[in-house]
Structure formats: C-alpha cells, structure tokens
Ligand binder design. Sequence first.
Ligand SMILES: Cc1cc2nc3c(=O)[nH]c(=O)nc-3n(C[C@H](O)[C@H](O)[C@H](O)COP(=O)(O)OP(=O)(O)OC[C@H]3O[C@@H](n4cnc5c(N)ncnc54)[C@H](O)[C@@H]3O)c2cc1C
Ligand code: SF4
Length: 600
Amino acid sequence: MGSRIAGMRSLRSASSNSLTSHENPRDRAGQVPADFPPPVDPRQEFIKRSLDTEDRVDVGVAIVGGGTAGLACANRLMQLLADDPETSERLGDVPVAVIEKARSCGGHSLSGALMQPGPLSELFPELSREHWRQQGFAFGEVKKEAVYALPSRRTKVRLPVPGIQRNHGNEVVAVSSLGRYLQRRAEEAGALVLTETAATQLIVEGDAVRGVRSGDKGRDKDGEPRGNFEPGTDIAAMATVLADGCWGHLTDAAVCEFDLAEGREPRVWELGVKELWRVQRPLDRVIHTVAGWPLRIRSRYHQIGGSWLYPMKDEKSGENLVSIGFVLDLDYADATTSAHDLLQLLKTHPMVRKILQGGERLGWGAKAIPAGGFWAMPKLSVPGAVIAGDSAGMVNLAALKGIHYALKSGVLAADAIYASLQRGDNDFSAYDQAVTDSIIARDLYRQRNTRQPFQQGLLRGGPLVGLMLLTGGRLPGGRWKLHPNDAQPMFLGSTRDSYPTPDGKYIFDKLSSVFLSGNATREDSPNHIRIQTRVPREVAETWAWMCPAGVYEVPADAPEHGDVDLIVNYTNCVQCGATSAKGGRLTPPEGGNGPAYHRI
Ligand SMILES: Cc1cc2nc3c(=O)[nH]c(=O)nc-3n(C[C@H](O)[C@H](O)[C@H](O)COP(=O)(O)OP(=O)(O)OC[C@H]3O[C@@H](n4cnc5c(N)ncnc54)[C@H](O)[C@@H]3O)c2cc1C
Ligand code: SF4
C-alpha cells in the first residue's frame, strides 16, 4: 500500500483527526424521530452472559449471516482446513457453521448489482466468468455505460461518466443467486449451513465472545409456545464471525457491549428498492441517473438519490432481463418520501418506459445500504469475534460497490482466524490490520468525506463532493462529521402528490410487491419490530411512507395534528433495515420468515 494509505494509520487511530463541522439538523423545524426511540436495550437483551453447559452445539467457527461476506469466509476456511487435518480436527465435528435466517442463503440478500470481479476470482481462481454465468449468478460483462441527469419528468441530459462510476469490465450479478452458489460450494467443502435459523443473542463471557444463541421457533404472536415449539440453542464457537449485513443485529450488540464505535462517526444508511424485469429488447448498456427528478433537491426537502438500469442476459433461460432500482439517502426531511413510490414514478419517464415497454415484472425487493463509509466503520475485532462486510459498513457509496469488499473481508477474516486458531488463541486483531492494508480501507479512505456534504443538501454539498472525488479526498480534507438519519426533523410535505397510481402493468403498489418478494412470514409469529406506536403524526407518516413493504399504517380517523396511534402490520416486513435507521429497531424474526429473493 502506498505511503498515503500507510499515513492514514489504522482505522481506529484515524479517529483523532480534526473534525469539520456543519449545521445542526435540529435547528430546522419538524418532529425528530430520535426523540421517540425504540424500546430496546441491546446490552441487556441481546447479550447472553454465559454458555449453557448442556444442550448446546459446539462448532469451530460460527459465522452469522450467509451473505457474500459470511460465505466467502466459510469457503476460504474450508480451503485452508482441507490442507491442515490437524487444525481441522481441533475444531471438532463441525469446524465451520454458517447461521442464516433466510430459507436459503441469498434469500435475504439484495443488490444492484455490478461487481468488481477481483475478490471472487481470487477465492476461486479455477473458475471462469463463463462458468459464473452458467451457474446463474452472473449475467455479462459491462461494455457500454451511460450516466444521465433527469431535469424533469420528460427530459434527460447525458453526462460524462465520472471516474468513480466507471464500470467497464465489471460483471452484472444477482447477489441472491451468488449466495445460493456460495452456499452450495461451502456445503460441498464440508461446512454446515443452518438455514431458517436466526442468531438472536451474542454470548459473551468475561471480555470474550464465546458464540451465539439461536432464536426460538414456533411461538405465537403473544410469545406463547405453540404445538411445534422448538427452543433456541447456544452455539459455542472458538471464533465468531459477524457478517449479519446492513443493519447487523448482533454487530450492533457487539458494538454496544465492546464500545467499538467510540470516536467514530454515527452509522447512516440509504434505502434501495429494486425490480427485476423480463424485457422484449435487450438493453445494450448500463445506465445510472443522478440528482434531479424525481427527487426534490431543495434543501428543505433534502432528498438525495439516484437510479440504475442494468442489462442481464440469463444464459440458463435465454431471457433478456433488466435490473432497475432506486436508491434514496435516508437523511431526507419530507415525511411523505417513499423510495418504493419514487421508483414507480421513475418508470413513467420516457427513457425508462421505452426500456420496459411490453415487459413483465418478475421480482421486487428492498434493502438498506450502509452509507457512513470510512469514518463510520467500527473497530473490527474483539477477543473471539470479527465483523465483516456490510455489518462493518464496508460500502463505497460513491461507486455503489460493496460486494467485492464483502467477499474480500470474508477471506481476510478467515485468514486471520485460521492463523490464530493454529496458534490456539482467540486474538483476531490481525484482521483489523489486514483490512487497513487492503483495497477495502484504501478505497473507502479515498471517499472518506463524500457522504457528509450531502447532509447539507445536494445544492450546497454537491460541488464539495465533486472536489473530494477529484482529489481523492485531499480537498477540502480533514474529517467531516455525520449526523444520524433519525436526527433529521420531519415535516409533512407534498412529495406524495407526485406518486403515480398503480396500473398493475408498470406501476405497482407496496402490497403486490411484497407478494412478489416471496415473503412468507408466519401470520401468527411474534412481532419483531420495536417501535413506539403513539407518536406525532409527522413521525408516524415518516415510517408509513418510508417502509417499502407497507408495514406501518396511520389510521384513517387519526387526528391531523398531534399524536396518533400507529398500526404495525409486521408480517409484511421484508427486513430491509430502514426502520433501524430512522427511529425504530428491526430485530431478527423467527428463522425462515421474510422474503425469498431470487435473481435479485
Ligand atoms: C439496493 C442496493 C444496490 C446495491 N448495488 C451494488 C452494486 O451494484 N455493486 C456492489 O458491489 N454492491 C452493491 N450493493 C452493496 C452490496 O449488495 C453489499 O455490500 C453486499 O451484498 C453485502 O454483503 P454482506 O454479506 O455483507 O451482507 P448481506 O448480503 O446483507 O448478508 C447478510 C446475511 O446475514 C443474514 N443475517 C442477518 N442477521 C442475521 C441473524 N441475526 N441471524 C442469521 N442470519 C442473519 C441475512 O439474512 C443475510 O443473508 C448494493 C446494495 C443495495 C442494498
Ligand atoms: S418494517 Fe421491515 S420492511 Fe418496513 S422499513 Fe422496517 S425493516 Fe424495512
């Protein structure tokens, strides 16, 4: 790594740089979701203080999360152990276990997605990109691309492709399918993959993580055991990998317990809503739109986001597919902002409609993206555990890239854990250094301040972001502060007036979309959403419009002003995580609940 990166020191010590401040969002008028915090005490509820001595499962390495980060870690560990029977034997009958709450790995993973191919090729050097495509998770190399600004609902202006958004040579992939492929590979190599299993508590004894506890299954909505009740189990591990994705339930518990975010910026998020379309004519290029319509970029509305359209040729089925999605910064101020409805509105633009004309919507999903970048990453290891992928905030939002960092961090975690287990200790701090020395920290450091100026609005912050991107973060330099998304005061604006009426052909409502996600949350399962239900109308409307799955409802007879009683239809939840960003808390539902994303 070059001297510039060596100069940034470790992720931890970099926090002592000077702070560049900006306006306090609370100076604006409106109701602040953070003033109505969810009834949750992570250290009390999500940390278990001792391992059960009986009725427990012992494994070598427990990996929470069967997304790309967790499965890269599992596959790499199995590669290392294949050549080392002695260490493998020391890890016991189950050297590596992956704990995944979806019905199959990838079922809860969603992405755009354009993937930088390097880390996947390094993990499986024997596989060609042609093989990836035959396996059904890759859909072609990017050869042509275009970026547009949309000044209005009918116009477009082509822009030069900024360096950070150049995708030539990257591969179009579906992470849900990549997850299924990586699961198969890990199982073939001998890892145990426990699907339909939610890890609900981190087990901490003294100053070390000792494993995780899986959640109960078969409770009714009042929490009472049903006929098919199965209690959760302690999963004791010599090493625990927290690869639990963007809202990281157990990562958050670890961060609170071990103070891993001390001196860091707060975590912030964006929300992406995506659809998969079968189209009549193949799309010949990757398209991104930035700024402008359909968002309101005035500082009062504070809406920032953009969209993508990616061509996908499915070599197995021969279908011409298009991935289309909209990404919205969750720092917006108009309570009636809805990423789902903005995506529907985008589809009324002539450029987009022409691409989808005569096509059919095959899939839908939504997921939050960590957007805090370098300064918001927590410390990555504690005795007995490491944090990898999205749960550690390893996403370069300026480039909309996280998959190759997730894969890389999974591999680096496996290497560090393997070396420690060979020595017989649980100190995995070599992983922090390995991340600092890798493309993950190098890239994120270059973009370290590119999210913060947007918190001043697009018009004020945009030029600064441009300068930062141009100078690799050197100008204006320093360390820029972030404020949490739930600190933004919310007002009832008019964004909702622009949303189109569903026609069932191109424009869809939230509930038919949730159906398409394959959501199979058991109707009488316990409520997994922690949120205050008597809140000011502005806060209730924020949650109702924000949730892409229509979980929150303001009753029709609720008063126009003052407090209202929120209805929570939690079985609609697709576990996108946005709730945790803007005033509530998503906890893991019963294993097996939630969407079943496919080619998403
Ligand atoms: C809309 C959108 C567009 C994107 N576009 C791109 C792109 O074009 N290119 C790119 O490179 N990146 C993109 N990204 C980012 C990229 O998708 C992520 O960085 C990457 O997929 C993260 O992988 P992960 O394994 O860390 O997390 P995930 O894929 O989220 O995996 C986490 C897994 O953990 C499981 N889990 C969570 N909690 C528990 C628990 N308590 N118990 C059991 N299991 C649990 C989840 O079910 C999930 O399977 C995009 C992301 C989004 C949301
Ligand atoms: S309730 Fe579920 S689907 Fe709705 S915003 Fe929260 S996490 Fe996302």
